[in-house]
Design a protein. Sequence first.
Length: 274
Amino acid sequence: MTTPFTRTVLAVPASSERFLAKARRSTASALMVDLEDGVAEPGKATARDLFAKCAEELAAAPRGLWLRVNAADSPHLDADLAAVEEVAEHIDTLVLPKATPQAVDHLAGRCALPLVALVETAEGVEHAWSVAAHPAVRALMFGELDYRAELARSGGLHARDTSWAQARIVNAAAGAALPSFAGPTAAVDDAELLRADCARAAVMGFTGKLCIHPAQLAAVAAAFGPTADMTAWAHRVAEAVRRTPDSGAITVDGAMVDRPVVDRAQRILAEAGS
């Protein structure tokens, strides 16, 4: 399940029985159980078995259950998809690492589940528009850490500003009317850094963010959802439209309001009411 109001995605390694048990009580919009980077090579088979055992229980809560499989060129993907077949009815979405148009085509041809495309390579960023346009894709996510690692491999050791790549992902997702998720904040104990990261991503247009610890969920939800001021403004717009339903453009708080502004206000009220 990837709804317009999915804001928080909590990553949980499939290899940890303790973390999977805690995840059942999570308030995240979606759980992303990880078979890829969060699981060491020797533990892949055990992780698949653990996920299969608890998939039904994890899916019982009113939130999305996502499974991050290994990349399209990984030797582990065949076993991942075999495990998926056993519990596919409980999985809402597969998350595809290192997403490119070819990788999306490959996975979509092998599994009918919808996909979240994790864009984390230079090739993926360059072709984000095509990735987002694929009919199997339901959202885009930015893999900040992997992308910076690729920059470092090409000599960009000091690379920190990935805003150009992020903007391409946000734009591609918006062009396909899809949600887009910012990458995680790795410093789980730095609340100020998390708030700053959330603020930058929200202003850029990301619709939510990947979290790597439950302690990050509240701050992320607050940063990406409508604020009290936004909701109050949206109510004023709705009231002005109600009073003058036949006007093409009206004024609210001294600013012109036309159809695109009304649409934004209605979206804010829809989420605030949910």
